[in-house]
Design a protein around this ligand. Structure first.
Ligand code: M6R
Length: 367
């Protein structure tokens, strides 16, 4: 049942193209359509503030949603850990849309955040992988990710599906608010639809990443760096390594290096960097190249994840993992894949149970 793999997580990593395709299926018919939609077009038009609330990996999907929704819909988005949200008296009202992202649909903190938002008359839209779970039941609208059941405690295919689903919410909002023309919506949906294939070709990095995992498995710590959409990817890479390999791992926004974390760099410390798109963000790309030069000069072992044909960064990469060229906002769908494999394989090399890491539960139903 593990599809010939040693552990479910690898099977689930390989199921990501299908999870994405299933999540997108049926959501475009003359425009973007959501699932259980109990919010009117007028409700969506009136939204003047979006909060995304979630925990763990789902929170990282939320951070990515912010880049897409603000860019497409010109509405401010705040992303908050569900466990913090309701204790700080957030400013909510009828024109606030709260997007609750939860694979299980049962996470206690996220559920309580939803309940709090509703007492303040905010509109709540849930993104969940579990039909009929509590969070969708208590929300005004639901968008289901159709990633299928996820056995590994570490979220993989549900994460990619959550990103796709949040982007669908972004497109639906842009459509209702008129911040994108119908042909732009169709074009963007088409780009999303091309992602299952791009993720499928990214799976060819599994073997290469295995070799890398062997080299990194005795490292004292691993740092992850990124900018723009690469930043949440860095956080996700670090979370995966912590939870599966029990290694000290931190994700940073690369621009923060000089404000402290660069002091951590020492000889042979592995630093994993996800590069921005060369065409989409040439200035950011150049900045990251200079960050990498800086840390390499201080002895870091640089592991660079970048798009195929990125020759500018090659001289500074001790290890180079290439992923397909895709539009900037969609890059996390491909750059996350090697980070998932890395965490799983480092854990396996260290002799740990990849599917059932210690101290963790698949669904966290206590606060
Ligand atoms: O079911 P949820 O999406 O609400 O779960 C949220 C987190 O508990 C979950 O993403 C957790 O961080 C995973 N173990 C990460 O791999």
């Amino acid at each position: 049942e593990k599809g010939g793999h040693d552990y479910f997580m690898l099977k689930e990593i390989e199921e990501q193209p299908e999870a994405l395709a299933n999540t997108l299926r049926g959501h475009f018919s003359g425009g973007v359509v959501l699932d259980e939609q109990r919010l009117s077009e007028q409700d969506l038009r009136d939204v003047n503030k979006v909060f995304v609330v979630a925990c763990g990996t789902a929170y990282h999907a939320g951070l990515l949603a912010k880049y897409a929704i603000e860019h497409w819909c010109r509405v401010p988005v705040e992303v908050e850990l569900a466990s913090e949200f309701r204790y700080r008296d957030p400013v909510l009202g009828r024109d606030t849309l709260v997007v609750a992202i939860s694979q299980s649909g049962e996470t206690a903190d996220t559920l309580e955040a939803v309940r709090h938002a509703r007492t303040q008359h905010a509109r709540v839209l849930a993104i969940s992988n579990t039909n009929g779970s509590q969070i969708p039941r208590e929300s005004d609208a639901v968008l289901y990710t159709h990633a299928g059941p996820e056995i590994g405690v570490a979220a993989t295919k549900t994460f990619l599906a959550q990103i796709a689903a949040s982007y669908l919410v972004g497109l639906a909002l842009a459509q209702a608010r008129g911040t994108k023309y119908p042909d732009e919506i169709e074009h963007d949906f088409g780009e999303l639809e091309a992602m299952p294939e791009a993720v499928r070709s990214t799976l060819s990095v599994v073997e290469q990443t295995r070799g890398l995992a062997e080299r990194l498995c005795s490292a004292k710590a691993v740092l992850f760096l990124g900018r723009h959409v690469g930043y949440p990817v860095a956080l996700e890479g670090a979370l995966k390594l912590k939870e599966l390999a029990y290694m000290h791992a931190e994700g940073f926004a690369a621009g923060e290096l000089k404000h402290g974390p660069i002091a951590l760099i020492e000889n042979d410390l592995p630093v994993v960097v996800t590069m921005p798109s060369l065409k989409g963000h040439p200035q950011l790309h150049a900045k990251l190249v200079s960050n990498i030069r800086e840390i390499q000069a201080r002895g870091a072992h640089t592991v660079v994840i970048t798009e195929e044909g990125d020759d500018a960064v090659r001289p500074f990469a001790d290890e180079l993992i290439e992923v397909p060229v895709v539009p900037t906002l969609l890059q996390p769908l491909v750059t996350t894949v090697p980070l998932q494999v890395l965490a799983a394989e480092v854990a396996r090399n260290r002799g740990f149970d990849v599917d059932k890491p210690r101290n963790l539960a698949k669904s966290v139903t206590v606060e």
